[in-house]
Design a protein around this ligand. Structure first.
Ligand code: PLP
Length: 228
């Protein structure tokens, strides 16, 4: 199992490199966010031991249970929030995460801006876009994106660096990655968080600056549902 993780890391990393080179991008411009949700600290330490230091968690509470110890042991590690944020957890999120990828509605944007000022910590933020316009999914709708970005940057002065999306299962992800890239470009944002285990190579070809990969590194996650 430890060997599997080590080998998987090498193989994912190689696939990122190849995908980048296919479209004449510099592989160094793509960062691998290792999605460690549901994984025990032991597995995370193994990944850190292989030289990877950027992680993604989707639940504030789970991250709070695992990461304070890991962060003090490995201060160079950085943590991305990749799951939906509730307004009663913005304070803890600002304290714990280095990057918040899921700014998805004005209420959260306002709460984050308040918390950041109160704590004087300014984690980089991404706006999550519901590119597939799926009713059950969080994220700003494509038609609202330009106004929402403006409001976050100008009015709330949030440190927005880019856009993030999760394409609908079963859709061709290219369409969504292309759309996200275009929305970022026309708004002067340079970072694109897109691509997961099943489609990260395509995402890199469409300009992803970070890919969020869990299963392809750790194997499939146990199907437990924890309540946030
Ligand atoms: C779980 C998760 C991932 C990783 O998915 P895999 O298919 O395991 O690579 C990426 N992004 C988000 C938002 C996730 O919740």
């Amino acid at each position: 199992m430890p060997n599997d993780i080590a080998n998987n890391l090498i193989s994912v990393n190689n696939s990122i490199k190849n995908a980048a080179m296919n479209v004449e991008r510099n592989p160094a411009d793509v960062s691998l966010v290792v999605v460690s949700k549901t994984q025990p600290a032991k597995s995370i330490q193994l990944v850190i031991g292989r030289g990877y230091s950027v992680f993604g968690e989707n639940k504030v509470q789970e991250a709070e249970e695992k990461w304070p110890d890991l962060k003090s042991a490995y201060p160079e590690s950085t943590l991305h929030l990749i799951g939906p944020l509730q307004s009663n957890k913005t304070k803890r999120a600002v304290q714990l995460f280095d990057v918040i990828e899921t700014v998805d509605r004005i209420k959260i944007a306002k709460a984050l801006a308040r918390e950041m000022d109160a704590q004087n910590i300014y984690p980089e933020c991404y706006i999550q876009v519901n590119t597939g316009e799926e009713p059950q999914k969080t994220g700003v709708l494509p038609t609202d994106v330009d106004a929402f970005i403006k409001q976050c940057c100008v009015e709330l002065k949030l440190p927005i660096v880019g856009l993030m999306c999760i394409p609908p299962a079963g859709d061709n992800p290219s369409l969504h990655f292309g759309l996200l890239s275009e929305m970022a470009k026309r708004n002067g944002l340079h970072k694109l968080s897109m691509g997961m285990s099943s489609d990260f190579e395509t995402a890199v070809e469409f300009g992803a600056t970070s890919v969020r990969v869990g299963t392809a590194i750790f194997g499939s996650r146990p199907a437990v549902k924890t309540k946030e």
